[in-house]
Design a protein around this ligand. Structure first.
Ligand SMILES: Cc1cc2nc3c(=O)[nH]c(=O)nc-3n(C[C@H](O)[C@H](O)[C@H](O)COP(=O)(O)OP(=O)(O)OC[C@H]3O[C@@H](n4cnc5c(N)ncnc54)[C@H](O)[C@@H]3O)c2cc1C
Ligand code: SF4
Length: 449
């Protein structure tokens, strides 16, 4: 049987409906009612749970008094991507999980939606809330224009430094532009937010420039006063099983990037039966989006249990309510098919007496027209000069200030060890590194370094 993969499985209207915004914005009256639910807790556990430390009760208080610019300033001063994070943060495991309203009413204050309510007008009207400090005369190279690099560049520019931002892609944004599910951030929000970030001035963008090919860390260290690496994890892990090279076996991240860039989503080829291997946010996103493009049967298969999946409970619920089947405790043994993938042979796994994952010997097959690999990403080969920077398990080692083992080089976001692969965490890394770089440059300038 030839594989059943085709375009336009659904009508234009159905696709538009399926990819409409997941959480529509609050109206003014809804926002005021929601803001009134906040207790303005003195110890604000929500703020402690926010990786960027936004003063949440303060921004909600400002919404109550209709001071939306002030509210946006409170948010963006800590997290310049507060608009994107309002859309994509898994708030149910961050600020909203910590909200004390959960214990009183079983329902947190809708912090994410309030954050969007406060920040959208500033971005829509392009209101500049930040200014630059006096020019320091220092030049900093930032490699990677994703959340980590953009956050670092913006903070450095605010602190008076001149930044050159390099990215291998023509479009900045990293996974905000190429990865986040289309129904979480509709339209061109990622690019609008980037235009806002760059409008502070002092950031020169060099796109289409690849570290490891067109530029090297050695050269950047020679030419700039400091270097920040926010290169993410652009390489894809291999399954390492027979049949992996067959047509029809695809990288989930690449498919999602194509989907995000498609002007007509219906033109993207979709399999009738789709099998996704993995258990994180990428697995859920490619599965849900395949379903929304018209795939009939979509199965996610994860080697451990439901609770160990990297995706949040909300994401897992979204997959189930979208009609995706989730199978746990199975690992792929072989991709089946001769000229094209036609299915996957799995072996059931289980926990042994020590709690480790063990094979059971029992196998089963799932038919597939397309198989997506969503088992995580890794640093691309050749980005760093061999041995130049200390690494652990394929990621860059940094200290609390995000300094690497190489003097004058800082790093943050997905490419460093200890992150949790969230946009908000990458933004915080970039901010922390920028403050540390500023401190380093000023200490050196004063002759105390
Ligand atoms: C499919 C998917 C869905 C996701 N959904 C969510 C979500 O809903 N919510 C959430 O919070 N997080 C989500 N994430 C995670 C989030 O997108 C990342 O944690 C975040 O983007 C990391 O930011 P970063 O700046 O470290 O890296 P990236 O966003 O990967 O940006 C890295 C940048 O560096 C550039 N670059 C790479 N190599 C080079 C080089 N050699 N030279 C020059 N430039 C280079 C890239 O082009 C890119 O612009 C998702 C991730 C994926 C893969
Ligand atoms: S924990 Fe909830 S109620 Fe308390 S300040 Fe934060 S948002 Fe308001």
């Amino acid at each position: 049987m030839p594989p059943d993969i085709r375009t336009n499985r659904l009508s234009r209207e159905e696709i538009a409906r399926n990819f409409s915004e997941l959480h529509p914005p609050l109206s003014r009256s809804e926002a005021l009612i929601e803001a009134d639910r906040c207790y303005f807790c003195f110890d604000a556990p929500c703020t402690t749970a926010c990786p960027t430390g936004i003063d949440i009760p303060l921004f909600i208080q400002k919404i109550r008094s209709d001071n939306l610019r002030g509210s946006a300033h409170t948010i963006l001063a800590e997290n310049i991507m507060g608009g994107m994070c309002a859309r994509v943060c898994p708030t149910e495991v961050l600020c909203e999980e910590a909200c004390v309203r959960n214990t009183h009413e079983d329902k947190p204050v809708e912090i994410g939606l309030l954050q969007r309510y406060a920040t959208d007008p500033v971005l829509d009207d392009h209101v500049q809330l930040f200014s630059r400090a006096a020019a320091s005369g220092h030049r900093v190279a930032v490699v990677g224009g994703g959340p980590a690099g953009l956050s670092c560049a913006h903070r450095l520019a605010m602190l008076g430094h001149n930044v050159t931002l390099f990215d291998r892609e023509e479009k900045l944004g990293g996974l905000n532009e190429y990865g986040i599910a289309a129904y979480k951030t509709v339209g061109d929000f990622a690019q609008r937010e980037i235009r806002y970030i760059l409008s502070i001035g002092g950031i020169e963008v060099n796109s289409g420039v690849t570290l490891g090919e067109d530029i090297s860390i050695t050269r950047l260290r020679d030419e700039y006063d400091a270097v920040f690496l926010g290169v993410g994890l652009a390489g894809v892990h291999r399954l390492g099983i027979e049949g992996e090279e067959l047509p029809g076996v695809e990288s989930a991240v690449e498919y999602i990037a194509d989907l995000r860039q498609a002007t007509d989503k219906g033109e993207l080829p979709v399999g009738r039966r789709v099998v996704v291997i993995g258990g994180g946010m990428t697995a859920i996103d490619v599965a849900v989006q395949s379903k929304r493009l018209g795939a009939e049967q979509v199965d996610i298969v994860y080697r451990r249990g439901f609770d160990q999946m990297g995706a949040s409970d909300y994401e897992k619920r979204l997959a189930k309510t979208s009609g995706v089947m989730i199978h746990t405790f199975a690992r792929p043994l072989k991709i089946l098919g001769r000229e094209h993938a036609s299915g996957v042979l799995f072996e059931r796994t289980d926990r042994d007496e020590y709690g480790s994952l063990a094979d059971t010997g029992e196998t089963y097959t799932l038919d597939a027209d397309v198989v997506f690999k969503a088992i995580g990403q890794r640093l691309r080969d050749g980005v760093l000069e061999d041995g130049s920077i200390r690494m652990q398990t394929g990621k860059i080692l940094v200290d609390d200030n995000h300094a690497t083992s190489l003097a004058g080089v800082w790093a943050g976001g997905d490419c460093v060890l200890g992150g949790d692969d969230l946009t908000v965490t990458a933004v915080q890394h970039g901010k922390v590194a920028a403050i540390a770089i500023d401190d380093f440059l000023r200490t050196r300038e004063s002759g105390h370094g």
